[in-house]
Write a protein that binds this ligand. Structure first.
Ligand SMILES: Cc1cc2nc3c(=O)[nH]c(=O)nc-3n(C[C@H](O)[C@H](O)[C@H](O)COP(=O)(O)OP(=O)(O)OC[C@H]3O[C@@H](n4cnc5c(N)ncnc54)[C@H](O)[C@@H]3O)c2cc1C
Length: 412
């Protein structure tokens, strides 16, 4: 049984089918293959990587590029996320015959399998479960701002913003960039302010030749490791993007060697800088944002401890140099919030019931190398639930499809 039918669940299903397993089903309340990233219908929302990195099949890396080619897109394009959602849905249609359109509320494993209780009252049984429930929901600002109709908690809902309103975007990551690009596509004329603790935007992609494979960094403590990586990037003789990409195959191993204290220190002091370099925005988005900043329509500000005042006519942001009032506020933080930080998610419930263990950093579940939950032989996490044991390289398609293929080989 595959619990969750976002990108991870669909990739698991495709690989399970390809491994020759006929008897499996997916539990997913929404459309297959959409999830948080690919359910958008906005043409302005682009993939954050080029088409050639997005195949569902590691042994056929151009599969998505070929699928999208009739639209005129090349494998180097950042295509619309809606197209990727359609690709996964189409793949799923030919591979998945049984879908339960509900959510799994609890899992009870025993020696032979797992009992699955669903929200619609259904009771299912499986020999193996792939837990692909993905990201959690970030509720940080909801408790403070949901009293105002001017607050939009979900950036992927159809947010209706009058074109002359001044807008505050909470967050400066890729989802926040998506929102700015969307407002630009709708010819928004009001001023837009993006705010986060550090005010760091993702850096832009650039088409640079990749470096040949490199040896992994040798340092095993944070200070020397950061120095080693900086020196490598400075002296590798290539664009820094090529250096960051060359490090990608090694980051999970390097992460695992760090002590828990160093991992915590990394999350506190370096994660945002690493993310800005590693999770880059398409060049076209960077161009749109530069033009808006030149016109002084877009500002990016750092506010360490934001607070808010809600009134009928506005929401006021405090904590910066001066209080600033906005007609609309959109929450673009934490589209990839760890599910274990969301008290309403299935993984949190599994932790409460003692079936799973939260990793010490609060990023995911404690899993073994093959993704099986610690102490469980029948439940395997796919995707972001492996964060913690793994560094961030478990939430993008190339890593997820590899995990899906290994899960499939094991259960076949
Ligand atoms: C805005 C955004 C853009 C991104 N762009 C890219 C990109 O361009 N390229 C890339 O490689 N990666 C991208 N990513 C990374 C992304 O995390 C993954 O590619 C992928 O979307 C993760 O999918 P998932 O299925 O693991 O999680 P999710 O998308 O969170 O899907 C989880 C699914 O599980 C279902 N579910 C949850 N709980 C239950 C339950 N109890 N029972 C049944 N079903 C349940 C949900 O309904 C949902 O459909 C992006 C991420 C975001 C947030």
């Amino acid at each position: 049984m595959i619990v969750g039918g976002g990108a991870s669940g669909v990739l698991a299903a495709l690989h399970v089918r390809a491994a020759g397993v006929d008897s499996f089903a997916v539990i997913e309340p929404g459309a297959l293959g959409h999830g948080v990233a690919f359910g958008t219908v906005e043409p302005a929302h682009l993939l954050n990587v080029r088409a050639h990195a997005m195949s569902a099949y590691g042994d056929d890396p151009e599969h998505f590029a070929h699928w999208i080619a009739p639209t005129g897109a090349s494998n180097k394009d950042f295509v619309q996320r809606v197209s990727y959602g359609a690709y996964l849905t189409e793949q799923a249609e030919s591979a998945v015959t049984d879908v339960f359109a509900t959510t799994a509320d609890s899992l009870q494993p025993d020696d032979e399998g797992v009992d699955i209780m669903c929200a619609d009252g259904r009771h299912l049984r499986a020999e193996h479960v792939a837990l692909a429930t993905g990201h959690g929901h970030n509720r940080t600002y909801e408790s403070v701002l949901s009293a105002s109709p001017r607050f939009h908690p979900d950036p992927f809902a159809d947010v209706d913003i009058p074109s002359t309103d001044d807008v505050l975007i909470l967050g400066t990551g890729l989802t926040a960039v998506d929102m700015v690009v969307l407002l630009a596509a709708r010819s928004h004329r009001g001023r837009i302010t993006m705010v986060s603790r550090r005010g760091l935007l993702p850096l832009p992609h650039k088409d640079v030749p990749p470096l040949p494979p490199i040896d992994p960094p040798t340092a095993e403590t944070l200070g020397p490791l950061v120095r080693e990586i900086r020196e490598f990037a400075a002296h590798c003789g290539a664009d820094w993007r090529a250096a960051v990409d060359a490090l990608r195959p090694h980051t999970n191993t390097v992460w695992a060697k760090l002590s828990l204290a160093d991992q915590r220190r990394f999350l506190r002091s370096f994660l945002r800088f690493w993310e800005a370099h590693r999770h880059r925005m398409p060049e076209v988005s960077a161009d749109i944002m530069s033009q808006m900043r030149e016109k002084d329509q877009l500002r990016v500000v750092a506010v360490r401890h934001p607070s808010f005042v809600i009134a009928d006519e506005f929401i006021e942001l405090r904590g910066g140099s001066v209080p600033v009032r906005f007609a609309q506020v959109v929450n673009c933080t934490g589209a990839a919030t760890p599910a274990v930080q969301d008290p309403f998610s299935l993984p949190s419930r599994l932790v409460e019931e003692g079936i799973a263990e939260r990793d010490p950093l609060g990023l995911g579940l404690v899993v073994r190398q093959n993704g099986m939950l610690s102490g469980q032989e029948r439940i395997t996490a796919i995707g972001s639930l492996r964060r913690g044991r793994l560094f961030w390289e478990t939430i993008a398609i190339p890593e997820i499809r590899k995990q899906a293929a290994r899960f499939a080989a094991r259960v076949a």
